[in-house]
Ligand binder design. Sequence first.
Ligand code: A3P
Length: 359
Amino acid sequence: MGGGTTAPAGVAAAEEEGVAKAVTTATPHADIPNIMSSLPTGPGFPPYQLSYYGGFWLSGLFLKGIAASHARFKPRPTDVLLTSFPKSGTTWLKALAFSALNRAAHPPSSAGHHPLYRSSPHDLVSFLEVSPELIATDYAGEDELYGELPSPRLLASHLPYSLLPNGIKIVYVCRDPKDTLVSLWHFHEKTTAVLLGVPGVAGASPPTMPTFEEAFELFCEGRCISGPHWRHALEFWEASRRRPDQVLFLRYEDMLLDPAGNLRTLAAFMGCPFSPEEEAAGVVHHVVELCSLAKLKGLEVNRSGSTLLGLKNEVFFRKGTVGDWSSCMTPAMAARLDGVVKEALKGSTLTFGPAPVIN
Ligand code: A3P
């Protein structure tokens, strides 16, 4: 298990026909709550209970979130879903997309008045599959999910492409797996104790945090939340090749190299391109500046507040660099993980890091 290369069979065909993916019941994935306890489990990283479903290692909250989002989320043509493997730049993407989409109501140059001064990006853009409301009701409600939000709705998800509801415009941010793992490691060093207190996260026996070397092994086997990382990325990559009007594939490394260019692409994809007048007025650069790591990390709300699942806002902002894997991994470990990924992606056109330059 772990390092497979292809998306689950039938996804592309089902998508082409406009029917739900992986259909097993009238509402796809409706049987998850009944079968959860019989799914394969095992050691994973982070050390809370992960189960294998649909080709991925998922937490109990994500599993229930899949069932709820298929049963209770009604996609609208104007919805945009920001997707990612955890620790790939989700927080940044949320800030950029929110600021771009809402720039008429909230000009990015309005400094202290902008919502990002008062709220974490995670409070401005909720996750489809995990929210305080869903957890409080143990996913048992029947109301439409996010039905109260006005259009255009902006939501986020860490779920794999093949387990998402159909019919939503998707932006994916991808990051090199080595940097992702190191970011995941630091994040879980700070948050595992809090997360284990969230109902439905801990498994039967109290877990202990693995060493980095143990986490590395588990990651290489694909046994991490939403893992295998490369399968997660590959599904979105292939979907973006098949349906570029529906799925935009961004790369964290490219965003660092050219934040303004990537923001323009993002805004155009979301249906709100920057006008020549806005370009001339420097609006693109105002958004980039407002959403920069230095800016967001320094805001009082992100230094002292807390958000989703009781996590401190500050845990989402660390170094934000390329190549930080070398602070935790030896060159031999890096070569090993690169090899696992290369083998798993054999035959596909997906590469990690900045987009290859095409002459
Ligand atoms: P590092 O841990 O490598 O520093 P996510 O938002 O998906 O949880 O990913 C977190 C990673 O994105 C962290 O990486 C974090 O520092 C980085 N990050 C958060 N906000 C950012 C921003 N505004 N610009 C660039 N990187 C950001």
